[in-house]
Design a protein. Structure first.
Lengths: 288, 270, 385
């Protein structure tokens, strides 16, 4: 024995049983209870109570007035997600075929814009899309009639696609890049033409990346309030604006705001549930 | 396999497409940088080169104070969430699946939830607590919010590293004379360090870039750069902000280039 | 050999009600090379982990040099381990991996002392000149040597080896077997070796412990285990065996297929039903008329030094290893000398092994037994003691 102390050892071991490594997660579990679970509980309480503290579903009934806002938000988020997918998938696929050095550089280039404040970048789109903005002056120089984009839904979609495109490209890219080359060779060996290799092998294998990309774009897109305010001119409000107004705006009504937030949370969780069923397993949140 | 590309290199058309995507991503950044040198305060009309905004920036107490707030909250939140997140990831790794699964589910909520929902939920909590405890929304609540949304990213970044470790690594360290915590310090932490560093960088980036959650949790006593910019968008954003963002952007870029060059020279040395 | 060093006494291990070690008793003598042999899931790795201190038995006691060490953590035991897949520290180079245990010692060793002992060890495992290498850049065999050096450098009294050769190719395995035996003799310490490879066990060990289903079936010298297996499982797991039902007529006579054979076994009850083991190499092929039994050849495989032939005796198929060719379909006679017959009492394994009717499938399965984690290895349980 290096240390001739079985008694001491027994004590140590008993202490270890108490301080098992699992205990390292304990502070965070407490933290989550306080700052993740408790806030949600408050949202639920607020959503189901009236001003006098009595139980009510009136806050949800009141949401009926905003069906248009819901519809518009989902519609724009859907379009933005579709555009992100249409641009992001090919980009990710092309990227995965580049050499390792180019791939690494491109991933950095895609993440780099995040280091410039997103409000500011969105604001820069105002300069570009304005009636007398940079785009229209470029078009004018080419002899093309100016476009009326700013303060239209199109501008909002551009802003969303711009902000969320990296969240579509990166997860898809990381899934495609991990596909074993021998799988592709095996498919080719078994007689699949390049098109079939793509549709039968690469596309199905990249599905988890697509699903997490779609989640990562759709959720922020449906809930944004800044992009619509800046590029949409605040004429037609979206869900995010609606919630913001209930908490910090003129229409102060946190109970209605909580009800809307709760609905949104439920939608997101249902969304997440289906994504998990189709996608990866337990640890399957997207790679950032 | 990875370095050889997926099948063969992309076509010229494919490359052109990626370049266009990059142009799309960098166009507004280019505009921002160019207009930080614009003589007038117009955001669309070029009226000559100047460094005036860079000079004025450092004298602008409002912008500089929100900049300091941003840095302070980002650094503190990144450090705290990295420590807590790495420890939790190790703890979760040693946990039975039956326990781990529900904890990871809750962990994923801030990741998957819309920022605005996370923001208003925490706002409600803080406002409600004010009825019982005497405090004001400010830097403290801002910091709590940032730590809360950062930890999941750290866990997400550290966990795959833990899974790739040899199952017997900790036992090997203890076998060779380490106590349990000695083994964590001398073996496990160094082995998962790349994941921890990566998690810290992601956490810092998320904090720097966050607007929505800060907006709902900072109250009126603390203001981050994002909040300042948001307040300015109602009228006109001062080109000083452009100047500040340009400086930040260029520093990050420079940092990345330096890291890259150092890595290359290390490879060459070997 | 020498005195007892380690004793497991009525050790039981259960994970969530799943018993992986069932009330085992085991004594290990000082300076012996002992092998725990068995299929995956038999409890051999769990036994090793109990000795290493990575888990404590659910019930029962562990003694080291007479002292009970159930609750002594691994870093306080004078025992070191070479892990399956080595568990090298990838953030450290070869030198630092080997020096790791020395740097944990209190009082602290001087730098010269550490360096001297590491280089001494590099010499022993023939890795001189590799000290600054990154461990992830070494070949499997070199990583193996680093793992051995790392475990030996603190000068433990016992080295535990958990399937250390499992990841190496056949050639390297053979070399490393000799190497390990040499190192054990040079260091003059106890080696406890876990493997599922019976050839490895027979080639290296002073004692072999055959385990299955959390129980110890037999402990003995390699020759004894091979020549006198205690039951059908051991007979089948160690080498090739034909195992048939027999009846012990009296001491020295056993009846198989209704014929009486002379044997050397004694001490069974009169007319006791028994299992009879006949090793394939103990069967002589003789002309039809001279045979004690006659059968039909159904399959022949060339094995280099001999042929494996399958012979059908009244529907029961035997494996015979011989250098004499007989064509498929040919009738042959066989003789078995008294010392080629081994009689065992009936056990729960009777009737499960030793029939070559499904020859090819079973044969391959035995020779390519795969390394799999045992339930006792389950990650979650790993650090919980």
């Amino acid at each position: 024995m290096r240390n001739n102390g079985a008694v001491h050892g027994a004590f140590r071991s008993a202490a270890m049983r108490f301080f098992s490594p699992r205990a390292l997660a304990a502070p965070y579990v407490v933290w989550m209870a306080a700052f993740v679970v408790a806030p949600i509980v408050f949202v639920v309480i607020y959503a189901f109570t009236a001003g006098d503290g009595a139980f009510t579903v009136g806050n949800f009934a009141e949401m009926g007035r905003f069906v248009g806002v819901f519809a518009r938000s989902f519609w724009l988020a859907l379009i933005s997600t579709a555009v992100c997918l249409a641009l992001g998938y090919p980009a990710a696929y092309i990227l995965a075929r580049e050499s390792g050095r180019v791939q690494r550089a491109a991933v950095v280039l895609i993440m780099l814009p995040m280091w410039m404040n997103f409000l500011l970048r969105t604001y820069a789109w105002m300069s570009i899309l304005e009636r007398n903005g940079l785009l229209n002056r470029l078009l004018g120089a080419l002899g093309i009639a100016p476009l009326d984009i700013i303060y239209t839904p199109a501008a909002v979609v551009i802003g969303m696609v711009y902000n969320f495109l990296p969240f579509m490209v990166l997860p898809i890219y990381s899934v495609i890049a991990k596909i074993d080359r021998s799988l592709i060779e095996a498919a080719a060996d078994l007689g699949a033409a390049p098109r079939a290799v793509f549709t039968r092998v690469i596309a199905p294998l990249s599905l988890p990346g697509v699903l997490s990309g779609v989640t990562m774009v759709f959720v922020p897109a449906v809930s944004t309030f800044v992009i619509s305010k800046l590029l949409g001119g605040g004429k037609e409000i979206l869900l995010g604006d609606l919630i913001e107004m209930q908490f910090r705006g003129a229409a102060y009504n946190p109970r209605l705001g909580s009800a809307i937030s709760l609905v949104m949370m439920v939608i997101v969780i249902v969304f997440m549930y289906f994504m998990n069923r189709f996608g990866e397993g337990e640890e399957g949140v997207a790679i950032l | 396999m990875k370095s050889k590309g997926l099948y063969s290199g992309p076509s010229v058309r494919g490359r052109l497409f990626t370049v266009l995507i990059m142009v799309f991503l960098y166009a507004p950044i280019f505009v921002l940088i160019v207009f930080s040198f614009n003589a007038s305060s117009s955001r669309a009309v070029w009226s000559g080169f100047t460094l005036k905004w860079y000079r004025e920036l450092f004298g602008d107490k409002y912008i500089m104070s929100s900049f300091y707030t941003t840095i302070a909250v980002s650094v503190t939140a990144a450090a705290a969430s990295t420590a807590v997140g790495a420890a939790s990831a190790i703890g979760l790794h040693h946990m039975r699946r039956a326990w781990r699964t529900p904890i990871l589910f809750v962990n994923n909520i801030p990741l998957i939830n819309a920022d605005i929902v996370t923001g208003v939920a925490m706002c409600l909590l803080f406002v409600s607590l004010k009825a019982f405890i005497n405090f004001e929304l400010g830097f403290g609540t801002l910091l709590i919010a940032h730590i809360t949304f950062n930890i999941p990213y750290v866990i997400l970044s550290v966990t795959p590293r833990l899974y790739s470790l040899d199952a017997n690594l900790m036992d090997a360290a203890r076998d060779l004379g380490c106590t349990f915590f000695g083994a964590i310090r001398r073996v496990m932490l160094p082995e998962i360090m790349p994941g921890i560093v990566n998690g810290a960088i992601i956490a810092f980036t998320m904090s720097i870039d966050d607007f929505v959650i800060s907006y709902f949790t900072a109250g009126s006593r603390a203001e981050t750069l994002s909040m300042t910019i948001y307040a300015m968008t109602r009228k006109r954003i001062s080109p000083e902000i452009n100047a500040l963002s340009t400086l930040l952007f260029v520093s990050v870029l420079a940092l990345l280039v330096i890291i890259n060059i150092r890595q290359k020279s290390e490879v060459r040395l070997q | 050999m020498s005195k007892e060093l380690i004793r497991l006494q009525r050790c039981t291990m259960a994970f969530d009600g799943d018993v992986v070690l069932n009330n085992i008793d085991l004594e290990i003598r000082d300076k012996e090379f002992l092998t725990l042999l068995g299929p995956s899931g038999c409890g051999k790795t769990t036994t090793l982990r109990i000795i290493g201190g990575f888990t404590a038995p659910t019930s029962g006691d562990v003694f080291f040099d007479g002292a009970r060490i159930n609750d002594l953590p691994p870093h306080k035991r004078n025992v070191n381990t070479v892990f399956q897949k080595y568990a090298l520290f990838t953030h450290l180079d070869v030198f630092e991996n080997i020096a790791f245990g020395l740097r944990q010692m209190r009082p602290k060793l001087t730098r010269d002392e550490i360096s001297r002992r590491v280089f001494e060890m590099l010499e022993i495992v023939s890795l001189r000149g590799f000290e600054k290498r990154d461990v992830s850049r070494l070949s499997g065999g070199q990583q193996q040597r680093v793992a051995i050096a790392r475990a030996l450098v603190p000068r433990p009294r016992v080295l535990l080896l958990d399937e250390p050769l499992g990841a190496l190719d056949l050639r390297l395995r053979k070399d490393m077997q000799n190497e390990l035996k040499r190192i054990q003799q040079a260091m003059d310490i106890t080696f406890i070796y876990v493997t599922h490879d019976q050839e490895e066990a027979l080639a290296m060990s002073d004692s072999v412990v055959v385990m299955d289903g959390g129980e110890i079936l037999q402990i003995g010298k390699p020759e004894d285990i091979y020549n006198e297996p205690k039951n059908a499982f051991v007979a089948d797991f160690i080498g090739e065996s034909n195992i048939v039902d027999g009846v012990m007529i009296c001491d020295g006579t056993v009846e198989i297929f209704g014929r009486r054979f002379e044997c050397l076994d004694k001490g069974f009850a009169r007319d006791e039903p028994v299992d009879v083991v006949i090793r394939p190499e103990d069967i002589d092929i003789v002309p039809l008329g001279d045979g004690m039994l006659t059968g039909t050849v159904t399959n022949i495989t060339f094995k280099g030094v001999h042929y494996d032939i399958i012979v059908d005796f009244k529907g029961f198929k035997w494996l015979i290893q011989t250098t004499d060719i007989s064509p498929v379909g040919g009738r042959i006679g066989i003789r078995i000398d008294p010392d080629g017959i081994h009689v065992m009492s009936k056990s729960k394994y009777s009737g499960m092994f030793g029939d070559y009717s499904s020859y090819s499938a079973e044969y391959d399965e035995i020779s390519d037994a795969t390394v799999e984690a045992e339930p006792g290895d389950a990650r979650e349980e790993g650090y919980e003691e």
